[in-house]
Design a protein around this ligand. Structure first.
Ligand code: COA
Length: 311
């Protein structure tokens, strides 16, 4: 029986960069405060979900050697679709020249892991080639007068191609969760801007990361010591630090791009993962733990055995 595995990957960031110093001219803040309280130095802004998704998706397919006409399903994780409908996935599908089902999937910042886990189930069910994209343009729904939120968010996209070509499973364990009772602490109405109770999100995020990671590891039948690389959602370095401490994972196992991207929601995990791949931090056979949380409050984790093509 064949299993899904990742055969291509790519990311995209919009051109315009907003540094902490730029923000200090908009609101009463400072580079020092933002770095110390969040670990963020800069973020990319003015992105469009469909445009960023097309760039990342095209490059991931090129890397996998997959023709767009061969893709059987497009899953686009986003909470900032360019329009209410049609799904951004339909726009992306058309622009990339694909002929397949296309759906938006909204699990906020947990979206990419939700998409990856979902795609792997389709692969197990017999679907040959799936394009999974995590893409968000939070800059469009950020209140640029609110210093409590505007320093945190940015735009970006990351894509992976999943092909049903592995002889052994690559998704070893996963956990998807949502606690809708906490929906009001991080929310954005149609046409509105992000509202966030930062302290409460922080507190719950640490616990959600810990629970999701623990469940996924247990289901995979492995321990923290077996994990080579942790790819956490890039929201705040202090959240990652606190969660990894509780899990007993050293910080040097974490893939981090937060300093130059800010929180890019569904794009954050693929951005950090691809960066770690580019730096040669993962060898074939290594176990990678992806773990995220977000509005909902959603949370998601996946333990993946790295099995690139040709390994
Ligand atoms: N620059 C300077 N001062 C700021 C500021 C900024 N950008 N934002 C807030 N402050 C001030 C506050 O007004 C407060 O001042 P006060 O004590 O005079 O009232 C002080 O800094 C401390 O604020 P506080 O909210 O306690 O800071 P914090 O250490 O909790 O950090 C966050 C704030 C938002 C960085 C933090 O709560 C956080 O990261 N929360 C989770 C956010 C998140 O991950 N969201 C996405 C989830 S997917």
């Amino acid at each position: 029986m064949a299993h899904g595995r990742i055969t291509g990957w790519a990311t995209h960031l919009p051109e315009r960069i907003l540094t902490n110093h730029d923000l200090a001219e908009l609101v009463d803040t400072s580079d020092e405060w933002i770095r110390e309280r969040s670990g963020i130095g800069a973020r990319h802004v003015d992105g469009k979900v469909t445009e960023m998704s097309v760039e990342a998706g095209r490059d991931a397919m090129a890397m996998a050697g997959v023709d767009p006409s061969d893709v059987d399903l497009l899953l686009l994780a986003t909470c900032t679709s360019d329009q209410q409908f049609p799904a951004s996935a339909s726009v992306v599908q058309n622009e990339l020249g694909m002929s397949c089902g296309a759906i938006d999937l909204n699990a906020a910042c947990s979206g990419f892991v939700y998409g990856l886990v979902t795609a792997m189930q389709f692969a197990e069910g017999g679907v040959e080639t799936i394009l999974v994209i995590g893409s968000d343009a939070l800059s469009g729904i950020t209140d640029w007068t609110d210093r409590g939120t505007c320093v945190l968010f940015g735009d970006g996209a990351g894509a992976v191609v999943i092909q049903r070509s592995a002889s052994t499973p690559t998704l070893l364990g996963w956990d998807l969760m949502s606690d809708g009772s906490a929906a009001s602490i991080l929310t954005c109405e149609h046409g509105g801007k992000i509202f966030m109770n930062g302290k409460e999100v922080f507190r719950r995020a640490v616990l959600a990361l810990e629970a999701a990671a623990t469940n996924a590891l247990e289901r995979a039948g492995v321990t923290m010591d077996d994990i080579t690389l942790v790819v956490p959602h890039q929201a705040n370095i202090r959240i990652v630090d606190a969660a990894l401490k509780r899990l007993g994972i050293p910080m040097d196992k974490a893939a981090m791009v937060l300093e130059r991207t800010g929180n890019t929601s569904a794009a954050s995990i693929p951005l950090a993962f691809v960066d770690a791949l580019d730096k040669g931090r993962v060898e074939p056979g290594d176990l990678v733990l992806m773990v995220g949380f977000g509005a909902g409050m959603s949370s998601a984790a996946a333990v993946v055995r790295w099995d690139p093509p040709g390994a």
